[in-house]
Design a protein around this ligand. Sequence first.
Ligand SMILES: *Cc1c(COP(=O)(O)O)cnc(C)c1O
Ligand code: SF4
Length: 348
Amino acid sequence: MDEWQQQHRRACGDIQKLKQRFGLDDGVDAVAGRYPVRISEYVLEQIADGDDLWGRQFLPSAAELNDAGAPCDPLAEERLSPLPGLVHRYRHRVLLLAAGSCFAYCRFCTRKRMVGCAQMAVSFGELMQALEYIAAHGEINEVIISGGDPLTLSNALLSELLQRLRRIPHVQIIRLGSRAPAVLPSRIDATLCALLARHQPLYFLTHFNHPAELAPAARQACAMLVDAGISVVNQTVLLRGVNDDSSVLGQLFHNLYCLRVRPYYLHQMDITRGTGHFRTTLEQGMEIMRQLQGELSGMAMPIYTVDLPGGHGKIPVTPQYVRRLGVDALLVNAAGIEVVYPQRNMET
Ligand SMILES: *Cc1c(COP(=O)(O)O)cnc(C)c1O
Ligand code: SF4
């Protein structure tokens, strides 16, 4: 077994240990029964106390059970899923949910309803069926490999998957999203970089939310990928109490840019059940973007996007797509479909 696999196995999912070490209240027992808890050793080492940026992102909180009124699948991924493990929302791109687990579970995850659950585990047979679907749909020119975290797959399986994708002539671009550089940087080693570099054009999508996540090991992971010739871009989730501050985000985006990692998206938190305590308003996100405009190099500016409820797709949060803000914001997608984005407190 590779060193990273051993580390992955040693990840902490023991709620009693976490309660003791970080003084979590008893409310988290029920949370752990509802949503899986898993924290990589690497992340565990970074948590100084439950209220720091690491603790808030990865330690379970009783607040996760407070917004039962919010939908479990706000993006209607299940309706847009022709086969298990595949989401086909845009004509030319598919999302391939190739892995059901992650190195550490982010408490704000959009797929909180299923990450780490048996329901999300993708069998080899299902993966092969997904590949057949992609092969049969000539309009698909890009496959986004996500999950869960696809780097939890063994190199052998990942290599097999990439090779099979590359045999489909109309698949031009492969994008692979992984949080490993932030939460288990040792996963990014020379073997993996060489494996990925054999399947160009391949974009590696990292997920960093705070400048402090760019620790030396994480920086090295990014550098290895870029040095292997792989384009690396980043997505960030706007998180109340973690990074909802223009100076924090400005530093993150600038530091990523220095690492040759291009900030791509800043995501508005989806209205996924169990994540209400992380949500900011659209107004706050727009104000942060306004403060960063001109301060940052244009190359370091991500697009602030919201994924519209109901599976209507992502749009930039700019006046062109915003009919009105406020409690029941009204947004419009590129096709002209108007969608309500509720901003009232969803606690019931
Ligand atoms: C976000 C997303 C994509 C990728 O969208 P881009 O705007 O190309 O980054 C594709 N499919 C689904 C289902 C998505 O949620
Ligand atoms: S790494 Fe991604 S898929 Fe996994 S829990 Fe975090 S946000 Fe969700």
